[in-house]
Design a protein around this ligand. Sequence first.
Ligand code: SAM
Length: 342
Amino acid sequence: MAKDITKPDFSVIFDLLQAFRWSKTMFAAVSLGVFDALTNGALSLEILAQRLKANPDALGRLLDGCVGLQLLDCDDRGYRNTPAAAAYLCLKSPLSVASYVNYSNTFYWKLWANLEDAVLEGTNRWKQSFGWEDNIFTNVFRTEEAKREFTLAMHGYGLMTSPEAVAAFDLSRFRRFVDVGGATGHLVIAACERYPNMQGVVFDLKEVVPLAREVVGASNVAGRIKVVAGDFFVDPLPPADIYGLGRILHDWPEEKIAKLLTKMCDGLPPGGGVLIMEKLIHEDRRGPVWALMQSLNMLTLMEGKERTLSEYETLFRRAGFSEVYGSRNSTPLDAVLALKAG
Ligand SMILES: C[S@@+](CC[C@H](N)C(=O)[O-])C[C@H]1O[C@@H](n2cnc3c(N)ncnc32)[C@H](O)[C@@H]1O
């Protein structure tokens, strides 16, 4: 008789074997415009195949895959968006992360294909994947379309996270909030919306300024926010009593962060602050999985990584800040506030 061998649970392996197929199914459906085509309600497979100029049998498999992944529902009238797909995967939805999905499909997907080499060499994969030198910012500013896609990708995520970040601490005593590397300015917009006495600045590279002006101009705090072009490593920063850094520090290595934070600390008045928005890795480095994966993403993409609160605290204290507070939340990004001695 065969020995009764206890087998460990296979499900974790099975799920991970499939996970890239789940992601790519969503990426392809967004990229082909499936969810946008269903914005006004259900459509049959035949009509969708005509509109998207797709092979009907193959499109049917993609749509069924999306039903399995809870992105579409299907009944007698055809396929329709689930509430999550309608909110997050349609380009024109105010909560859209479709640009981030497209960006993941066109860039991250290819950078991650070379993850093994990134781990062996400890460097990003732009050269290997696309033949391009330099970092993401030079690369995404190559074309108007890529720049818009990247910046709007950041924006979609930011809308989910910035309101929580500015509410994590009482910032009402601060009057001048400068969102450094602010892109579309969602962080400073959220700050000005929450704190009526605050004035704001978006400070970013000149290539980003037109889109920042467009988004800030359409916000309901447009009259309180200016957009200023500059390089945060080279140029003087606009004066502030609080600086915002949304997903900036995770792009860079310690030496460059030290330079930027020291410049901020030197320029702030006593009691001034820096609010950062990043996903914090737990002190024991066991999670959250999203932060651990994001740290690998930064490996393929940039020069930085995700960090624990105590790692950020060390960076802030070395730059001259005297108090550092962390606030975790359930959105994709947490908040950290550092204060200069009063
Ligand atoms: C990862 S994005 C984050 C954008 C935004 N803070 C957010 O959370 O959505 C990094 C931003 O930093 C800007 N950036 C990169 N290098 C910069 C530099 N040297 N000076 C100013 N801005 C820079 C980029 O243009 C981009 O908008």
